[in-house]
Write a protein that binds this ligand. Structure first.
Ligand code: FES
Length: 339
């Protein structure tokens, strides 16, 4: 049996490799031209120690000096002794460059460009080869004729052959101008990635997902995965935009939520003149139940002021969530920061 192993490097690059169930992860990586740091290869030195965020695996022999039982119980792994028993996600505590690898660039063909609203486009592309990624991650998309690229999270699930994206319309912006005026099916673009630390971790507690505008994209990708894998945990998704016309992909969100069950979708409009059940900002509507006394994983993708507002709201409420993952995007159409 062969499993997919996502190696997440410190510089945000992810490489997803194949590993047989009787193959050590470092050997599989090396076979695929990725040198995870190692020394003894025998479970003795600890040089190959990484952290397994997700997945089942067996560890062969190792000494306590290389990795303690407590570390093993926490999720640390010696990758020279690790044989996967499922797909896994592993955090490698060094850069991709140090492992003699980097983000991959794959050419792709535009399949469709849709004007979803005044404020957003949908872009669908067919990569020359399928790009493996973790739902929530992004790629850099080249803008033909400009020599530049912009970063966008996948809105499609990781299993599909095509990749789709939600792209904010920024009048005068390079990507927006290309999409509005030039882009057509058949055009060629390059995708570089996947990248980013904003991806769905194993769901061990209630989920609070906060999307601002086209920050909905990574949550669509996550919903696609959860609709396939299932979950026992409740998911609350807040989707905040300025005007009703900016709400896009609601049918898809509803269909995925219906398939998963136990998903609550709450929309919020900021513009004062709009009529809507919930007006204002996300922080005006977060409830004590949503924060669940801190036993909650919070994921947020939106503009920097939204990230700051939610941080301050959590501080003011005296709640420290079990985990808080965020991705900010800024007006230059590039990713600003992620954690
Ligand atoms: Fe020494 Fe893995 S390389 S413990």
């Amino acid at each position: 049996m062969t499993y997919k192993i996502a190696l997440n490097f410190e510089d945000g690059v992810t490489r997803i490799i194949d590993c047989d169930d009787d193959e050590k992860v470092t050997d599989a990586a090396f076979r695929q031209k990725i040198n995870i740091p190692m020394d003894c290869r025998d479970g003795v030195c600890g040089t190959c120690k990484c952290f397994a965020e997700k997945g089942e695996y067996e560890l062969e022999f190792y000494l306590d000096e290389a990795m303690t039982e407590d570390e093993a119980a926490e999720g640390y792994v010696l990758t020279c002794q690790m044989m996967p028993q499922s797909d896994c996600v592993i955090r490698v505590p060094t850069s991709s460059l140090a492992c003699k690898t980097g983000a991959e660039t794959v050419s792709a063909e535009v399949v469709a460009v849709d004007r979803l609203s005044d404020t957003s486009f949908g872009l669908r592309v067919k990569p020359a080869k399928q790009i493996a990624f973790l739902p929530g991650q992004y790629v850099n998309i080249s803008i033909p004729g400009s020599g530049q690229h912009r970063s966008y999270s996948f809105s499609s699930g990781p299993a599909g052959e095509d990749g789709s994206f939600l792209i904010r319309n920024i009048p005068g912006g390079l990507m927006s101008t290309w999409l509005a005026e030039t882009a057509k099916p058949g055009d060629a673009v390059d995708l570089t990635g996947p990248m980013g630390a904003f991806y769905l971790r194993p769901m061990a507690r209630p989920q609070l997902w906060l999307a601002g505008g086209t920050g909905l994209a990574p949550f669509l990708s996550m919903l696609e995965l959860v609709a396939t894998e299932g979950t026992d945990q409740p998911i609350t998704l807040y989707y905040a935009v300025t005007r009703a016309a900016d709400l896009v992909e609601l049918d898809r969100v509803s269909a995925l939520a219906g398939k998963i069950g136990n998903v609550t979708v709450i929309t919020i409009l900021a513009a004062a003149e709009e009529e809507h059940a919930r007006k204002g900002f996300v922080t005006d509507h977060l409830s004590t139940a949503d924060l669940n006394g801190g036993d909650v994983d919070v994921y947020l993708c939106g503009p920097p002021p939204m990230v700051e507002a939610v941080r301050q709201h959590l501080d003011a409420a005296g709640v420290k969530p079990a985990s808080f993952h965020f991705e900010k995007f800024n007006p230059t159409e590039t990713k600003a920061d992620a954690a």
